[in-house]
Design a protein around this ligand. Structure first.
Ligand code: SF4
Length: 604
């Protein structure tokens, strides 16, 4: 589409939607603005504008303002141009090679569409919208609320319901933009109507344009991102760059390290994981060593982190990688999902952080943040909600920084949009788009189903020792804490008399018995309520054979602490035998390591 008699000028002011004043050849001229939109970002004082001289007699303005220079970009702002340029383009059969009929401005029932088209197989209605609003190379529509625009979208939906094809075509009146999105800030109703339209089968397309001062031509297709979350990546990444925590797995994001850290971080805080991670990497530095490790060693390395199936699955996946992937962790999300213990979240984290694949990683933190941003009314634990959020994030995850984007989401969930207590909204870079914050109902989200009550189990723990040894028992191979070691226990709360009588039955001679404080440990679905007895017997070994049949093991006390994986549920009792187990032990070793470094440095 060509313009004639083009001249340039300097924009001065715009007293109303139709009129502007422009300096042309040193003279202040009143000109007609061919765009009734707001265009506030475009028409700034001093901007270079391009005008077409009107040949018509008797007009009060001699020029039509048709384009404006914004930075390095020339933007056509003639609101009649998109329809004209699309008509030319459609006639060239660029969109529909088998076009047989094209009729502009067509009325159908009470609706009026920009185009009616027929191809060899379809009857099509099309609406065209010109787009001039651009920020950071992202374009959006509308620049001011437009009820008509919502109505047009609804009419396209009705056309689809009546068996027509329907197209909504956004003509971006400039070049070199990253993607198109609806303007959620200015008119959420329009953005929501687009989501409804897409779901109903309306095809929503965007094309940029080649713009020169005297010509406009349809260029290439531009991605359309309908998600509300498209506003999020830039401020989020900017915040992440300034606030990211230094974490061992983050600084060296090799696939194995990312994978192990992500499995450890499930259900566990970052600070608690750090020492475990370092120890794990020292003992099992790569996939082959993990695949070959003994179960007892694995459980010992995991002792205190809980959810022990995680480490069993980790090893099973390592074996799978050795057998099916020649020892190299797969790179693609779909392949990672085939590994034991790797679900959508971990696959997304490894694929994005270690391999730069643009795929989301949706964990509890991310679900919470997104549910507050969009005021998600569905229960957060529902698979449909999770899937919907995954799809929305998939639309907006930046291809150049997917790993950082996912980590930024997790980070903001862990440190700003926190789970318990009030989130730190004043520090949040997403506050400007957070619907829960804006509606003052942050604490109503995320929506959660009422928790089922936990089952309670009462137990009496028996800490039996002679001079050198302590009694341990291996838990069954399946179920809670499978394969871990514990103290023999009696069901229910037993009195000291009942315990003494039990020990006698087992053939043991009790020298001393001391009742210990009660303790409680909460698992996800069960609570252990425990009482305990510290029991000194004269000698364990003579009764060895009989007791071993009960699954009892007589273990050197030091060895018990160092080599046997004992769940941290028993920490309250283990300390009476001087056994340091689980996180307590890892933390102490970690502290010692830190102290050693300081000492050796001070000697230099
Ligand atoms: Fe969470 Fe508040 Fe940020 Fe909303 S504004 S995402 S509630 S921290």
């Amino acid at each position: 589409m060509k313009y004639d008699n083009i001249t340039s000028g300097t924009f001065l002011e715009r007293p109303n939607r139709f009129i502007a004043y422009v300096e042309i050849d040193g003279k202040r001229e009143k000109v007609h603005v061919k765009n009734t939109g707001r265009c506030r970002e475009l028409l700034t004082a001093g901007a270079t504008v391009f005008l077409e001289k009107s040949g018509k007699e008797g007009r009060s303005t001699a020029y039509d303002l048709i384009a404006v220079q914004k930075g390095n970009r020339l933007i056509n702002m003639d609101s009649q141009a998109p329809n004209r340029v699309v008509e030319e383009w459609l006639y060239q059969k660029s969109l529909f090679p088998d076009l047989v009929l094209l009729r502009p401005e067509t009325t159908y029932g009470k609706s009026r569409f920009d185009f009616y088209l027929e191809t060899s197989s379809d009857k099509i209605f099309m609406e065209v919208k010109g787009v001039t609003l651009e920020q950071e190379d992202i374009v959006s529509f509308p620049d001011a609320p437009s009820e008509r625009a919502v109505k047009h979208v609804e009419e396209l939906i009705q056309a689809v319901e009546k068996g027509y094809q329907a197209y909504l075509l956004f003509v971006i009146q400039m070049k070199d933009v990253r993607f198109f999105r609806p303007n959620w800030q200015t008119q959420p109703e329009f953005a929501k109507s687009l989501e409804r339209a897409a779901a109903a089968g309306v095809k929503i397309l965007a094309y940029d344009c080649e713009v020169t001062k005297d010509e406009l031509r349809i260029g290439t297709q531009v991605p359309v991102c309908l998600s509300y979350l498209s506003e999020m990546p830039e401020p989020l990444l900017d915040w992440y760059d300034r606030n990211r925590r230094i974490l061992p797995w983050r600084e060296e994001p090799q696939p194995y390290r990312v994978w192990v850290s992500e499995i450890m971080l499930q259900q566990t805080r970052v600070e608690a994981v750090k020492p475990y991670f370092e120890r794990f990497m020292q003992k099992l530095p790569d996939i082959p060593s993990l695949a070959c490790a003994q179960e007892k060693e694995l459980l010992k390395l995991w002792e205190g982190l809980g959810y022990y199936n995680r480490v069993r699955n980790l090893q099973a996946a390592a074996v799978q990688i050795m057998e099916e992937y020649q020892g190299r962790m797969p790179e693609e999300y779909e392949e990672l999902l085939k590994l034991k213990g790797i679900g959508s979240y971990t696959a997304g984290a490894v694929a994005s952080i270690a391999y730069g694949r643009a795929v989301p990683a949706v964990d509890g933190n991310v679900l919470r943040v997104v549910s507050r941003l969009i005021r998600e009314e569905g229960e957060i634990t529902g698979t449909d909600v999770k899937q919907r959020m995954w799809e929305q994030l998939m639309q907006v995850i930046p291809k150049d920084r997917p790993g950082d984007f996912n980590q930024a989401m997790m980070e903001i969930g862990a440190t700003v949009c926190i789970p318990n207590g009030m989130p730190h909204c004043t520090e949040c870079p997403l506050q400007f788009m957070c619907q829960a914050y804006q509606q003052d109902c942050v604490s109503d989200y995320p929506k959660k189903a009422a928790k089922k009550g936990r089952k309670t189990e009462k137990k009496t723990m028996l800490l039996i020792q002679d001079e050198n040894k302590v009694v341990l028992k291996k838990r069954p191979a399946k179920g809670l804490l499978s394969g871990m070691y514990e103290f023999p226990a009696l069901e229910g709360y037993q009195s000291s008399e009942q315990v003494l009588s039990y020990l006698k039955e087992m053939g043991l001679k009790t020298v001393r018995i001391m009742e210990l404080n009660e303790a409680k440990h909460i698992f996800s679905h069960i609570e252990w309520h425990m009482k305990g007895f510290l029991i000194k017997v004269d000698e364990l070994e003579p009764k060895g054979e009989q007791l071993k049949k009960e699954g009892w093991l007589f273990v050197d006390t030091v060895e018990a602490g160092e080599q046997y994986p004992i769940p941290s549920a028993l920490t309250a009792y283990a300390k009476h035998l001087d056994l340091k187990i689980g996180s307590q032990k890892v933390r102490e070793n970690w502290r010692k390591k830190d102290e050693t470094v300081i000492d050796s440095n001070s000697l230099l």
